[in-house]
Design a protein around this ligand. Structure first.
Ligand SMILES: *Cc1c(COP(=O)(O)O)cnc(C)c1O
Length: 404
C-alpha cells in the first residue's frame, strides 16, 4: 500500500495538484504570520478566509468564548442525546430560530459540530430508499458525500440547469424528492436561482435543501442569508448554515419545519453518534449572532459590499488585456467570493506564487475541488480588509499577470 500511495503522491506532484498546508502563527485576520511547508516564515496579506465579516478575532467573541468556558467548562463530555446538550446549545437553537423566523416561531433549529456533519446528517436522515436526491453539479463536497452515503437515488444536474432538473423530476418514480443546492456556490460566488427552485419544488411536491454556508451572516436582512435575500419562506425549504465562516466561530445549523428537526434528532447519525461541540462555542456563537444582527453587522456588510464593488471595478482596469488574451475571466459574482478563473493548474499556481512573493496570500484552487480546466485564484474579501488592501491586491494582480 505504501508503494502505491507514494506513486499516487508523485503523480499529484507531477500534475501540480499536490496540496500543502501552511501554519498560521497568528489569528485569522488580513495580516497574518504564516509558516510554509518548507519552514519559511513570512507576513502575508490574506485574501483567503471565509471570515467575511471579520468577526473571528473580535474582542467580544473572544470574551464570550472565555465566558462560556468559565460557565460550562472546556468540553461537553458526551453526545447531545446522552448528556452533552447544554443550556448554551439550547439557547443558541432558540436564538437562531428567532433570527430566522422574525414573523413568529415557524422554524425549528438543530445545531451541529460542523457544516460537513450537518450535511451528512441531513441527507442521510432524509434520503432513504424511497427518495430521490437532485443535486447541483457544483454543490459543496459535503453535500456530494451526504448524497453518496444516503440510500436515495441521486441525480446530479448541470449547474443551475432548472430545465433539465424539471424534466428529470417530472419523471421521478420515488414518493419523496429532495432538491439540494448551495445558496452561494463556494468556488464561484454566484447564487442559486432560489425562487425558481422553490417554485419547481412546489410544482413537483419536492423539498428544497439550501446550504447557506456563504450567505448566512452576509446576505439578506440582518444577515439572515440567501432565503431572506430573495424574500423566500416556505415549509418546503430546509436551510443549513455554517457558523465558522461569517459568524466567525464554529459549527453549523439546520433550520426547518419542526417535524424535520424532530426527525433529525431521532435518526441523523452524524448528530447522534458524536460528542456535542463545546458549550462555550455555542455561547460564543450566540454573541456573534447579536453582533451580526446589530448595527455593527450592518456596517460590516456595507463595508464588505463596497470592497467587492471596488475590486470588480478595478479588475478590468488593471488586468484588461490579460483577460482577453489569456482567456482569463472574473467570475460573475456579487458576493465576497471573487474567483479569477485562469484555466490551467500551473498558471493558477504560478499566479498564487507570484502574489505571495509580493506578500499576498491568494490560494490557487485546482481540480478536483473545481472542474478540470477551470483552476482559479479564489479571492475572498472580508469586512476586516480596508480599501488600501484591495488596491494592493489589484496592483499585485496586474504585476503578477504580466510575468506569467
Ligand atoms: C464550508 C462549507 C461547508 C462545511 O462547513 P464546515 O462548518 O466548514 O464543516 C458546507 N457547505 C459549504 C457550501 C461550505 O462552503
Amino acid at each position: 500500500m505504501l508503494k502505491y500511495l507514494e506513486q499516487q503522491l508523485a503523480e499529484r506532484d507531477a500534475q501540480s495538484l499536490r496540496r500543502h498546508r501552511r501554519i498560521a502563527e497568528t489569528a485569522c485576520a488580513p495580516q497574518q504570520t504564516v509558516t510554509s511547508h518548507d519552514g519559511q516564515r513570512c507576513e502575508l496579506l490574506a485574501f483567503c478566509s471565509n471570515d467575511y465579516l471579520g468577526l473571528s478575532n473580535h474582542p467580544l467573541l473572544i470574551e464570550a468564548l472565555a465566558d462560556g468556558a468559565r460557565l460550562y467548562g472546556a468540553g461537553s463530555g458526551a453526545s447531545h442525546l446522552i448528556s452533552g446538550h447544554s443550556r448554551a446549545h439550547a439557547l443558541l437553537e432558540e436564538d437562531l430560530a428567532e433570527m430566522l423566523s422574525p414573523q413568529g416561531p415557524e422554524l425549528n433549529v438543530l445545531t451541529f459540530c460542523t457544516g460537513y456533519m450537518a450535511n451528512m446528517a441531513l441527507l442521510t436522515a432524509l434520503g432513504d430508499a424511497q427518495t430521490t436526491i437532485y443535486t447541483d453539479l457544483l454543490n459543496h463536497a459535503s453535500l456530494i458525500d451526504g448524497a453518496r452515503l444516503a440510500r436515495a437515488a441521486v441525480f446530479t444536474y448541470p449547474h443551475n440547469d432548472l430545465v433539465g432538473l424539471e424534466r428529470r423530476i417530472a419523471g421521478c418514480s420515488t414518493p419523496r424528492k429532495l432538491i439540494v443546492t448551495d445558496g452561494v456556490f463556494s468556488m464561484d460566488g454566484d447564487l442559486a436561482h432560489l425562487p425558481e427552485l422553490l417554485a419547481l419544488a412546489e410544482r413537483h411536491d419536492a423539498y428544497l435543501v439550501v446550504d447557506d454556508a456563504h450567505g448566512f451572516g452576509v446576505l439578506g436582512a440582518q444577515g439572515r442569508g440567501v432565503p431572506s435575500h430573495f424574500g423566500l419562506r416556505s415549509e418546503r425549504m430546509i436551510c443549513m448554515g455554517t457558523l465558522g465562516k461569517a459568524a466567525g466561530v464554529a459549527g453549523a445549523f439546520v433550520a426547518a419545519h419542526r417535524t424535520v428537526i424532530d426527525w433529525l434528532v431521532q435518526s441523523a447519525r452524524a448528530y447522534i453518534y458524536t460528542t456535542a461541540s463545546p458549550p462555550a462555542v455555542a455561547h460564543a456563537v450566540s454573541a456573534s449572532l447579536r453582533l451580526i444582527r446589530a448595527e455593527e453587522g450592518e456596517w460590516r456588510r456595507r463595508h464588505l459590499a463596497e470592497l467587492v464593488a471596488a475590486f470588480r471595478r478595478g479588475v478590468p482596469e488593471v488586468l484588461g488585456d490579460l483577460l482577453s488574451t489569456r482567456g482569463w475571466r472574473l467570475a460573475p459574482s456579487q458576493t465576497a467570493i471573487q474567483p479569477l478563473i485562469v484555466g490551467s493548474s500551473e498558471q493558477a499556481l504560478a499566479m498564487s506564487a507570484a502574489l505571495e512573493s509580493k506578500g499576498l496570500w491568494v490560494p490557487a484552487i485546482r481540480p478536483p475541488t473545481v472542474p478540470s480546466g477551470s483552476a482559479r485564484l479564489r479571492i475572498t474579501l472580508s469586512a476586516a480588509h480596508g480599501p488600501g488592501d484591495v488596491e494592493r491586491l489589484l496592483s499585485a494582480l496586474a504585476w503578477a499577470g504580466k510575468g506569467i
